[in-house]
Write a protein that binds this ligand. Sequence first.
Ligand SMILES: [Zn+2]
Length: 63
Amino acid sequence: MPIFEYHCNTCKKEFERLVFAGEEGKIICPDCQSKDVTKKMSAVSFMGAGLSKCATGSPKGFS
Ligand SMILES: [Zn+2]
């Protein structure tokens, strides 16, 4: 399941969404309904997905 992490640039909230094909442009913040959200990579979701974006010392600021 493609679960992505998003960060709202308006209220600074972080949230997760299941995103299906074609829905990426429709993601809004659940708190303030802003469309100004930034998608963050979820490493777990991409394991084995053929996306070889190796995390070479990427910061883990999310817990
Ligand atoms: Zn927001």
